[in-house]
Design a protein around this ligand. Structure first.
Ligand code: T46
Length: 291
């Protein structure tokens, strides 16, 4: 994938027309940066735009549009992160915000899925002063220095276990390929892989902890709720994205609830099966972790 800066007005207009979206900003009057998102084969995927609203205050507005054909393939995410990275690196912009109409469920889902949250009161004032019809939109913002490429994960540990983004390569119209390597992407090597399938909806499994075993769990298909408990908290996460994994590397009580029939849970484990590593009694688990 490639992000290519465009400066010729005709090319910009053509790009916008190509995505078949309505764009409500004036190209003539704004100091903007305009990029095309291109595939590896140089196919035009969509555009991103930085509208330099206020260089003095270091504030800019971000826009993105991707052709329908190329949605949900990772291009929008690539284009967005690359644009934000370049802007923070090459300009004095400190805050980048963007807006989504309240009824644009698809876009709202996209941004929330990637961990962006709506702007808080402090930032909304800055934006309110710059734009009309503030209330017609949901607003998002990132600040220079934010770990935005990992924002969904940066705040995410669950009951002391890491939530990781599994490397994932989208292929045009042919799905995605995700992978991780023992000792490289994980702090342990994988000696055993097992998977749990054909579980009816609503069924719970687990109800145990491990003493020494380290594992990565992910759900390549379907929807499974994982409930984890350490000495401090009991928290849950719904696994439904094949590129998200949870690493359990300390004694943690676990329960898994099948939210959808035919969901599959895959586990990469650091050790061979050892019945003596299991703690299947909850009180014993509490005692084991000193609670
Ligand atoms: C875990 C969660 C996420 C084996 O013989 N070899 C194996 O490698 C495994 C994992 C299990 N088994 C036997 C032991 C039991 O007789 O398979 C049977 C079912 O295992 P269990 O009731 O422990 O399954 P879950 O779903 O409750 O728990 C499993 C893993 O056992 C556990 O380590 O962390 O998944």
């Amino acid at each position: 994938m490639l992000l290519k800066e465009i400066t010729k007005k005709e090319e910009i207009n053509k790009s916008i027309e190509d995505t078949n979206t309505s764009v409500d900003f004036s190209l003539d009057n704004s100091d903007y940066k305009f990029y095309q998102i291109l595939s590896d084969e140089s196919k035009y995927i969509g555009y991103t735009c930085l509208n330099m609203v206020d260089k003095k205050e270091g504030l800019a507005e971000f826009k993105i549009a991707v052709k329908n054909l190329y949605k949900t393939k990772g291009y929008a995410w690539f284009g967005m992160i690359e644009t934000l990275d370049r802007t923070f690196k090459d300009s004095n912009i400190e805050k980048i915000y963007w807006r989504v109409k309240h009824d644009n469920k698809e876009a709202i889902r996209f941004f929330k899925k990637h961990g962006f949250i709506e702007v808080g009161e402090d930032i909304s004032l800055d934006i309110k002063n710059k734009v009309d019809n503030y209330g017609d939109y949901i607003w998002f913002v990132v600040l220079k220095g934010d770990d935005y490429s990992n924002i969904a994960l940066s705040k995410k540990t669950i009951a002391g276990c890491k939530i990781i983004k599994i490397k994932t390569i989208p292929t045009i119209e042919a799905g995605e390929l995700s992978f991780f390597e023992g000792n490289h992407d994980l702090d342990f090597d994988i000696k055993r892989i097992y998977y749990i399938s054909k579980v009816p909806e609503g069924v719970r499994r687990g109800f145990h902890a491990h003493k020494n075993l380290k594992q990565i769990l992910f759900c390549p298909y379907g929807k499974i709720q994982l409930v984890l408990e350490n000495g401090e908290t009991r928290e849950e996460i719904t696994l439904s994205d094949p590129s998200i994994g949870v690493v359990i590397d300390k004694p943690t009580w676990r329960e898994m609830l099948w939210l959808e029939k035919d969901s599959v849970l895959v586990v990469g484990a650091s050790e061979y099966y050892d019945v003596d590593d299991y703690i299947r009694d909850y009180d014993e688990f509490k005692k084991y972790i000193g609670k």
